[in-house]
Write a protein that binds this ligand. Structure first.
Ligand code: OOG
Ligand code: MG
Length: 255
C-alpha cells in the first residue's frame, strides 16, 4: 500500500508542479485495480486541497483515440472543480506540461446514475448535453504511457470546457463535430465515433461508476470521450469546437 500511496503522491506532485515524470509501469504489469486505486488516492490529494468532485470523464471511447495513443480499452478518470475552464475563458499554459485538446460532448445528470443501464435508461437521467473540449496533459515524459500508467494518471485529465447546455432529446446519433484553431479546421468528426452513439459512452460511465462504488449523483458532469485525435495546444491560439445542432464552445490559450 505504501507503494501505491507513493506513486499517487508523485503523480499529484507532477500535475501540481507541471513537471513530467518517468512512467510508473512501462511494461503494463500493474493490475488495473491498483492503477485505479492510485488514481483515487492522487485525486483525493486534490480534494484535500479544496477542489470538489464534479463528475467523470470517459477515455478511449473512439477508435481514433485508441489508435493515436496505442491503447485499446475504455478507461475513465475523475473530474474536479479545479479542472473546469469557463467557456470563452483563457487557459494559463504554465499550469500544464504538454497539453493537448480534443473534441467531446458533456452530459449533466438530473438524477443519480449507476449500474448496467441501456442508452435509453441513461438518457432518462440526463438534464442536458453540451459541446465540450477536453484538455489532456499526461504527467509522463513524452506523453507516453501503458494502460495502467494512464489510468493511474487520472486518464490524463487536466482541464475541460463545457459549452451551452442543450435539450438532451436532441438526436445525438451522428452530429458533425469540427474543432478549429484560429478559425482553421484541425479535426473533423462525428458523435457516432463515441462507441457508436454518445449515450453508450454515458451508459459505460454508469457501469464504471458502480464498479468503483461511486455512483454518479444528480448534477454530475460526464465527458463522453474524444471523437477524434487530440491536437497539441500552442500559445496564443483560440480553440473552438462546433457541434451540429448543439452549438459552440471555445477558449483562448494564454501567450
Ligand atoms: C488519455 C485520455 C483519453 C479520451 O477522450 O479518449 C481521453 C490520453 O489520451 O492521454 O480523454
Ligand atoms: Mg478526453
Amino acid at each position: 500500500m505504501t507503494r501505491i500511496d507513493d506513486i499517487a503522491t508523485r503523480l499529484d506532485e507532477a500535475a501540481f508542479s507541471a513537471r513530467a515524470m518517468a512512467q510508473i509501469d512501462p511494461d503494463g504489469k500493474l493490475p488495473l485495480a491498483d492503477a485505479y486505486e492510485i488514481q483515487r488516492r492522487s485525486v483525493a490529494r486534490r480534494l484535500a486541497r479544496g477542489e470538489r468532485p464534479v463528475g467523470i470523464k470517459m477515455g478511449f471511447t473512439s477508435r481514433a483515440k485508441m489508435i493515436q495513443m496505442g491503447v485499446d480499452d475504455v478507461i475513465w478518470g475523475r473530474l474536479t472543480s479545479g479542472m473546469q475552464v469557463d467557456d470563452g475563458g483563457t487557459l494559463d499554459l504554465s499550469r500544464f506540461i504538454h497539453p493537448r485538446v480534443e473534441p467531446e460532448l458533456a452530459f449533466v445528470l438530473k438524477r443519480p446514475l449507476s449500474g448496467h443501464v441501456s442508452p435509453a435508461q441513461a438518457l432518462a437521467a440526463v438534464e442536458a448535453v453540451a459541446p465540450a473540449l477536453e484538455i489532456i496533459d499526461s504527467r509522463y515524459q513524452d506523453f507516453k504511457f501503458s494502460l495502467s500508467d494512464v489510468i493511474a494518471d487520472n486518464a490524463s485529465s487536466s482541464g475541460f470546457v463545457v459549452g451551452p447546455w442543450a435539450d438532451p432529446r436532441t438526436d445525438l446519433a451522428n452530429l458533425g463535430m469540427v474543432m478549429s484553431f484560429d478559425g482553421v479546421d484541425q479535426e473533423l468528426g462525428s458523435s457516432a465515433a463515441l462507441l457508436g452513439h454518445p449515450l453508450r459512452a454515458l451508459a459505460a460511465a454508469a457501469r464504471v461508476a458502480e464498479e468503483a462504488g461511486e455512483p454518479l449523483p444528480a448534477g454530475a458532469i460526464v465527458m463522453a470521450g474524444a471523437a477524434t485525435s487530440a491536437q497539441w495546444l500552442r500559445p496564443g491560439i483560440h480553440v473552438q469546437l462546433e457541434v451540429e445542432r448543439l452549438g459552440r464552445v471555445g477558449f483562448h490559450v494564454g501567450a
